[in-house]
Design a binder for this molecule. Sequence first.
Ligand SMILES: Cc1cc2nc3c(=O)[nH]c(=O)nc-3n(C[C@H](O)[C@H](O)[C@H](O)COP(=O)(O)OP(=O)(O)OC[C@H]3O[C@@H](n4cnc5c(N)ncnc54)[C@H](O)[C@@H]3O)c2cc1C
Length: 307
Amino acid sequence: MNIQIQENVPLAPMTTFGIGGPARFFAEVQVEEEIREAIAWAKTRNVRLLLLSGGSNILVPDEGLDALVVRLTSNEFSFAGSELEADAGCDLFQLIKAAAERKLGGWEKLAGIPGTIGGAVRGNAGAFGPEIKDFVTRVRAFDTELCDARQFDNNACDFSYRHSFFKDHPEWLVTRVWLTLSSVDTSLSLRLIEETIREREKRHIQNVRAAGSFFVNPVAPQEVRGQFEKEKGIKSREGRVPAGWLIEKVGLKGARIGGAVASEQHPNYIKNDDNATAAQVKELAQKIKDAVREKFGVELQEEAVVL
Ligand SMILES: Cc1cc2nc3c(=O)[nH]c(=O)nc-3n(C[C@H](O)[C@H](O)[C@H](O)COP(=O)(O)OP(=O)(O)OC[C@H]3O[C@@H](n4cnc5c(N)ncnc54)[C@H](O)[C@@H]3O)c2cc1C
């Protein structure tokens, strides 16, 4: 066997939240053959198989995970013309910078979203307008139930706001991604990347001990949308209102349970402010959901994966 199975491996340092207990079993995998080995190993021991990538959209429970947690560490990438082919484990930010050096871009506003390209495809990550779906042409993914790989074109990925086929089908692991980028001037592209990071810092959504937006921006009834549009002077998109605005409206901006805080600057970021536990984060999230449901009749759904 090529893969090395470790026991009781702390997961908190592998997540941006910095929260949670150990994985009972843990392995790093690179190629599909190693994924197959991990699946077979988990099957014979009757334990669940879970994938962790950049750990920037996940809350690990305090007691840890009674599972085999695998981490995709493959991070090779190459360019051919305007196409970028990248292993799922590649860091998104590194890819955006490497593309700029090759005079390729168009996706600079995604700079600063932590995590891997595989994770970004699974959640159709986006910021300031563009989403990863705007650049993806093809995806290779591995079905952990049938132990088989398949290619998906952009349509088959079924992308929509913070959603893809892979989100609904966690048995599929994205292993490789092909993207088509536009021709850009390297220095302009690098400048746009820097400006994007500065904007994220200004908005307090950069380098936060959190999992990004905790809730998806929900579709809201007409009167709630009207209230939002009147107050903010901006049109709601796809019938959605920002979850952070709803949280502010129910008076829970800055709310704290133990070390878990709904950020003052960006209330949809639940932060680990001071040794928060997963239980505290979950309790605060529940409090927010209850308050928003009661006041607005809107059901908030988690964007972060709460295990
Ligand atoms: C400070 C901060 C800011 C953020 N800002 C943004 C933002 O602006 N826009 C945005 O969209 N998101 C944002 N996020 C959320 C997060 O960065 C994205 O969701 C990111 O794409 C997750 O990728 P990851 O590799 O870290 O996934 P992980 O957190 O490791 O995994 C998340 C889920 O995806 C699954 N997954 C991971 N990799 C794969 C794969 N290869 N195939 C199949 N499933 C997979 C995992 O099993 C898990 O269920 C932010 C997060 C933080 C901490």
